[in-house]
Design a protein. Structure first.
Length: 178
């Protein structure tokens, strides 16, 4: 996993809970916290930090990961406005993940291993398949919620299939409120 992910997590934890909390999470997870944005680090480091945060907050790990995704999206919008300005809606933005956003991520962070998505567009429902061995569908859900916040929209997400429940891939059903 690229260090930029850890840098974002540190920034958000420090902003929302204080720098002492970040230090406590590092201590609880047994990590030193030295992450460079272009460096690559074991996925397990993120899992350890998430477990430490879940324990500290007495909340499910997936809720921590969803918070992280939702909170990170506004930072992405500030850092990479060129990816957001062409869009007026969450749906339009999300449909560019495979063809525009992830290729840009790979340019900025060589070696980045990003998930693959497939889409089925139905009236007011967007069905998004998520494929990644990392099983960070909760992060994708958080990013979707953050995108809806960014575009001033409301959406609901159902997940009828999830790799963490033994399914081959995850499916997120995204309903946009009228």
């Amino acid at each position: 996993m690229k260090g930029v992910v850890f840098n974002l997590l540190e920034q958000l934890v420090s902003r929302d809970y204080g720098e002492d909390t970040w230090d406590a999470l590092l201590d609880a997870s047994g990590l030193d916290g030295s992450y460079t944005s272009l460096g690559s680090y074991p996925d397990e480091d993120l899992a350890k930090l998430v477990r430490a945060a879940a324990d500290a907050l007495a909340t499910p790990a997936d809720d921590v990961v969803t918070w992280f995704g939702r909170s990170a999206l506004p930072l992405f919008a500030v850092r990479y406005p060129q990816l957001f300005t062409p869009h007026r809606s969450t749906r339009s933005f999300v449909l560019t993940l495979n063809d525009i956003i992830h290729p840009e991520v790979r340019k900025l962070y060589p070696g980045a291993d990003v998930p693959e998505f497939d889409f089925d567009v139905r009236d007011e429902l967007l069905v998004m398949g998520y494929h990644s061995p990392r099983k960070l569908c909760a992060f994708a859900e958080g990013l979707l919620l953050g995108a809806a916040d960014h575009f001033g929209e409301r959406l609901t997400i159902e997940q009828p299939l999830c790799m963490k429940r033994g399914d081959e891939h995850c499916v997120l059903e995204i309903a946009f409120a009228a």
